[in-house]
Design a protein around this ligand. Structure first.
Ligand code: GLY
Length: 341
């Protein structure tokens, strides 16, 4: 069996490498070993319903398939490494603050219901039973039980531990020879010429009393969108801005926008400590769906996961490992790297 080089040690590259190693392949992962990947900012929502987008049916299928694979992916990785990934299946709530927000949320809920994504619309009183810290101003919402979460920094640490013998620290400016998987996020553009662009996201981390929030909260707040992802230790991840920019500046306005939305939904968060602001860039494609498949000769691509790199890691890893071994899963058809040629 030939050696495989995986270029990129973010959550996608490491997941692919791990699956290949499990199948007995000799693998080298080329990566800086740092934290410049999108995974470092990611809140870790595994949200096939929360990330539903109009006009993205093949992507929706892939999101659902990967969500189904997450529990066993997490359990296996935890068993193999002894790391706790903080996988949490409590679920999510959608929350709309104003009447206009509720109208917007209802359009999305109707779309999800047509696709039979599991959710239950709730009046404010039921919503506050699920999440007592929500503002009394909230006009309505929905319970979304199958959107789960994991801590991406813990996942990457576990994958790095599982692959301790395979990861080498180096930056690649050109592709090596032989069987290669390019999972280099934004770096994929320079290595392959494929259209992957940066979409800037600012994420905040707050810290306070554990247990103020139980679920992921997806907020529609005065026309803005915010998500709140609570961790068991009292951390709440607040995300995220989305801008077509490549800089790393943390602007006062974007922090204000996220904090105002978060506190409008959950007033108690104003008492939390702001512990971190972090900007990373989603690696995105012209249709915001990933590039998955053979590019040229021995080169396979797994990149451009936009808002869904963490959720899509398990299915990407399985399908790309299959492809390296010569099996083409029908799920890959809609995500060919050559589709923009
Ligand atoms: N997955 C959420 C985001 O990209 O902001």
């Amino acid at each position: 069996m030939s050696h495989v080089t995986v270029v990129g040690g973010g959550i996608i590259g490491l997941s692919v490498a791990w699956r290949l190693v499990q199948r007995g392949r000799s693998v080298t992962v080329m990566d800086s070993g740092g934290d410049e990947g999108a995974w470092y900012a990611a809140a870790g929502m595994l949200a096939p319903a929360g990330e539903t987008a109009f006009g993205q049916d093949p992507l929706q299928e892939l999101l659902l398939e990967s969500a189904r694979r997450w529990p066993s992916f997490a359990a296996e990785l935890e068993r193999e490494t002894g790391h706790d990934l903080c996988y949490n299946a409590t679920g999510a709530v959608d929350v709309a603050l104003t009447g206009d927000d509720l109208a917007e949320a209802r359009r999305m809920w109707a779309f999800r219901e047509q696709r039979e994504l599991k959710m239950r619309r709730l009046p404010p009183s039921d919503l506050r039973e699920l999440e007592p810290a929500l503002s009394p101003r909230v006009r309505g919402g929905a319970h979304v039980p199958d959107d789960h979460q994991v801590d991406p920094r813990r996942v990457v640490a576990a994958l790095r531990a599982a692959l301790a013998d395979a990861v080498t620290t180096s930056r690649m400016t050109s592709l090596p020879g032989g069987t290669t998987v390019v999972a280099a996020g934004l770096g994929t553009a320079g290595l392959t010429g494929l259209p992957v662009r940066p979409v800037k996201g600012l994420v905040l981390r707050l810290r306070g009393e554990p247990g103020v929030l139980r679920h992921i909260v997806n907020g529609y707040v005065d026309g803005r969108h915010v998500y709140l992802v609570p961790r068991p230790d009292g951390e709440v991840v607040v995300g995220a801005t989305q801008e077509e920019r490549a800089d790393f500046t943390v602007t006062a306005g974007s922090v204000l926008e996220l904090l105002r939305s978060a506190v409008d939904l959950v007033p108690e968060l104003a008492e939390f400590e702001l512990t971190e602001t972090v900007v990373r860039h989603r690696p995105s494609t012209p249709d915001n769906a990933p590039l998955l498949g053979r590019w040229t000769g021995d080169v396979v691509v797994a990149a451009g996961h936009h808002r869904n790199g963490v959720l899509l890691a398990p299915v990407t890893a399985d399908l790309i490992a299959d492809l390296v071994e010569g099996r083409v899963d029908p799920l890959l058809a809609a995500f060919s790297p050559g589709r923009f040629a």
